[in-house]
Design a protein around this ligand. Structure first.
Ligand SMILES: NC(=[NH2+])NCCC[C@H](N)C(=O)O
Ligand SMILES: [Mn+2]
Ligand SMILES: [Mn+2]
Length: 349
């Protein structure tokens, strides 16, 4: 039944209002210490190392009220046999149910939400909860991987390689009923999604991307077009018809492993520092960022402490720049460095 009439119009206005409000001056940070979407332990410590790298201090320098919502509690389900080759379905499904209601509540309360993973399977709940409040959201997925395997195409059985297939409406007839996921519904159409940074796509994923005509920019596309053009086309595609809330799902493995070594599935030939930060700067400049995920920082996979620190402080830079912070070495324009202006005045006059 199509929903019409004054009540529905009122409801729609309410939703629009909530989403606009979420772009206002308050940011909430939510940790998700969860690793069951893949087999390597350690990614559950992502929220801790990102906070330890100074996230809250950096955000408090911004012009927002900052709330730390702490970490979500995921209680473990002991008996969780694989289903159709999918690993830990009940743990991942249940964690995402918890995630979905937490994100929905935070966005509903008017916060811009930063979700700290954890592995990328958490985007199922993060995007799902966001869509409950903002059904017209669009999704920018920055990643070396497309994470669009279905349980049938997945070569690994890991759900962190599958979240997008749970999110997309067009794939529902291809999705079996996985235990732990009965609560969820697909929320997005493939035209609401753009990928940036792809360079490791499985055969089944390639087939799905082509079949659905999903918009994506591989690393080679970035080489050819430049990151400026890539962002222009991305935002134009998603926002030209109407302004709407943006969900940014940022997998740290989008960066080159030389910059972000502490991650589970690194792939050579990734984003440079400036390319990654340019993406977040452009998203921030739209004024439409509503929820962002920063996932797949795994401190247990780094060769040493420096590698962990490099990866987690890069994560902090990405988050801070998505929220408007510029920093030495990361400036869109030197005009934004206050010290330069002051020094120049002293030196020249
Ligand atoms: N979120 C990630 N890092 N995903 C990696 C996925 C790797 C591979 N495509 C798989 O399905 O298992
Ligand atoms: Mn990835
Ligand atoms: Mn990913």
């Amino acid at each position: 039944m199509a929903l019409r009439g004054p009540l529905f119009r009122l409801l729609r206005t309410e939703l629009r209002h909530t989403c606009q409000h979420s772009r206002a001056k308050s940011v909430a940070v939510l940790g998700a210490p969860f690793s069951r979407g893949q087999k390597r332990r350690g990614v559950e410590h992502g929220p801790k190392v990102i906070r330890d790298a100074g996230l809250m201090d950096r955000l408090s320098a911004l012009d927002y009220a900052i709330h730390d919502f702490g970490d979500l509690n995921f209680h473990q389900i002991e008996k969780d046999e694989p289903y159709m080759g999918v690993n830990s379905p009940r743990n991942v499904g249940t964690a995402n149910k918890v995630m979905s209601s937490a994100v929905s509540r935070a966005v509903g309360a008017g916060h811009t939400l930063v979700m700290l993973g954890g592995d990328h399977s958490l985007a199922i709940g993060s995007v799902g909860g966001h869509a409950q409040q903002c059904p017209d959201l669009c999704l920018i997925w920055v990643d070396a991987h497309a994470d669009i395997n279905t349980p049938m195409t997945s070569p690994s059985g890991n759900l962190h390689g599958q979240p997008v297939s749970f999110i997309l409406k067009e794939l529902q007839d291809k999705m079996p009923d996985i235990p732990g996921f009965s609560w969820m519904k697909p929320v997005l159409s493939s035209t609401d999604l753009v990928y940036i940074g792809l360079r490791d796509v499985d055969p089944g994923e390639y087939h799905i991307l082509k079949n659905l005509g999903v918009h994506y920019f591989t690393m080679r596309d970035i080489d050819r077009l430049g990151i400026q053009r890539v962002m222009e086309v991305t935002l134009d595609h998603l926002l030209a018809r109407k302004q709407r809330p943006i969900h940014l799902s940022f997998d740290i493995d989008a960066f080159d492993p030389s910059l972000a070594p502490a991650t589970g599935t690194p792939v050579n030939g990734g984003l440079t520092y400036r390319e990654g930060i340019y993406i977040t700067e452009e998203i921030r400049n739209t004024g439409l960022l509503s929820v962002m995920d920063l996932v797949e920082v795994n401190p247990m996979l780094a060769a040493n402490r420096e590698a962990v620190e490099a990866t987690s402080s890069l994560a902090v830079d990405v988050i801070a720049s998505a929220l408007g912070q510029t920093r030495e070495g990361a400036h869109a324009s030197i005009d934004e460095i206050p010290a330069v202006k002051e020094d120049t005045e002293q030196l020249c006059l």
